[in-house]
Write a protein that binds this ligand. Structure first.
Ligand SMILES: [Zn+2]
Length: 430
């Protein structure tokens, strides 16, 4: 019997994209074009935007630029803030769907989400040492689901240390509140404010250890959009402001039921027990009746995460589902693979098993190989529904679950299982 393949054997005419390609230097014509396009995009921000530069005087590339990631508008702000310098960004293939030539002209470095790509180190060194340009990373590797900072991987500090360059952080505020990941199509009237701050000089990077550098980066990249909203008394008056919030707040804190939350207008509610909360103009929650379990939205989110962690630790976590799969071997087309089965547990991590052209395939990402999960709410490129993606170095498998409202929990489980595996490792090596 033939061995089951861990990749799709595509017909010869299917175009693939080689993510190990080294970046080209950004064509300066495109630097100018990006600046102009950014200006046009920023005209759509009804309440205006402000960019404040801190400790940036006299700083010239090369440097490492880290940005928090909330919405598409992050990019125009970045290009405005860094002009006339050339900025090379680590990007994902689907970000340049149909237009990989643009990705190459602007000198982006292409990567598949949450994969280890050994060519990445070489590509980054090329930008910083040979081109002497700005290397931009969105270290959270996705739009924030709840307006707070996600995991910043170790490799970020290592990259600064290895290339001996200053580190700058752009911290955006308001972008998430204007168009949260869970309802990104409709824009709310929110003023935007971004700081551009040099957090480490080249000398400081040279003196400090990788751990110290990472500690400073993590501290400087912390943000909490709902706190920022309240501190700045920003009122969001749109009458649809809570719509979509149930995708991230999927567990009811009153009856504990999962995936039965829903939202409409300014309310989020549980379809199982009927409890209802209002999202106020200042971005807080208020139960219409009885106790308000969480005023601060990110607290509810972290409570869910803690519950998933307990479930894993007690040995009760496992997920299985039938999924519809689409793959993205190149940048031009998603290929429909039909139905497949997916399971997720602490022993195996993710296992996806399906058939393509009568040939079975089996893709696995172990717990230790995946520190976070790429999820999409209402995904704009394939079907406008929630999905998650399991990527290998050469392909991405976008999976649409049959079960409703499960992807946020899957991302918690991925992150918590990875942390548990590493804590065990630390204990045994201590
Ligand atoms: Zn309930």
């Amino acid at each position: 019997m033939n061995e089951i393949k861990d990749y799709i054997d595509y017909p010869a005419d299917v175009k693939k994209y080689d993510t190990s390609k080294l970046p080209k230097r950004q064509n300066f014509f495109f630097t100018v074009l990006l600046r102009l396009a950014s200006q046009l995009a920023l005209l759509t921000v009804k309440k205006g935007y402000k960019i404040e530069k801190i400790n940036m005087e006299g700083l010239k590339p090369p440097y490492l630029l880290l940005c928090n990631h909330m919405q598409f508008i992050d990019f125009p702000i970045k290009y405005k803030a860094t002009f006339p310098h050339r900025v090379h960004t680590i990007a994902t293939l689907e970000g340049y769907y149909h237009k990989p030539w643009v990705m190459e002209q602007i000198g982006s470095i292409c990567k598949r989400k949450f994969t280890t790509d050994i060519s990445l180190v070489r590509s980054c060194a090329k930008v910083l040492r040979e081109f002497k340009d700005v290397l931009c990373i969105y270290p959270e590797a996705r739009y924030t689901p709840i307006g707070t900072c996600a995991i910043i991987p170790e490799v970020v500090g290592k990259l600064a240390k290895k290339n001996k360059v200053p580190v700058v952080v752009i911290l955006h505020h308001g972008n998430y509140l204007r168009a949260p990941f869970w309802d990104f199509r409709r824009k709310k009237a929110v003023p935007l404010y971004s700081t551009v701050k040099q957090i480490l000089t080249a000398e400081e990077v040279a003196e400090k250890s990788v751990d110290e550098i990472n500690e400073i980066i993590r501290k400087e990249m912390q943000y909490d959009e709902y706190k920022w909203q309240k501190d700045n008394n920003i009122r969001i008056t749109e009458d649809f402001r809570a719509e979509g919030l149930h995708k991230v707040l999927y567990q009811c804190p009153h009856c504990m039921t999962e995936s039965k939350m829903n939202s409409k207008g300014i309310h989020i509610f549980c379809e199982h027990c009927g409890k209802k909360w209002e999202m106020t103009e200042l971005g807080e929650l208020k139960a219409l009746e009885g106790e308000t379990e969480f005023f601060h939205i990110p607290d509810w989110f972290e409570w869910e995460r803690a519950n998933v962690r307990k479930e894993i630790e007690s040995g009760n976590y496992s997920f299985e589902d039938d999924v519809r799969v689409y793959t993205l071997p190149g940048a031009h087309k998603y290929y429909y693979m039909g139905d497949a089965k997916v399971r997720h547990n602490i022993d195996e991590g993710f296992v996806l098993e399906g058939n393509y052209n009568g040939e079975p395939y089996r893709v696995q990402r172990t717990v230790k190989s995946l520190y976070s999960l790429h999820i999409e709410y209402d995904y704009c490129h394939i079907e406008p529904l929630d999905c998650f993606d399991i990527s290998t170095q050469h392909d991405s498998f976008f999976c649409y679950p049959s079960k409703e409202n499960v992807i946020t929990k899957l991302s918690f489980a991925t992150e918590e299982m990875f942390k548990i595996a590493n804590e065990k490792k630390e204990k045994t090596t201590a």
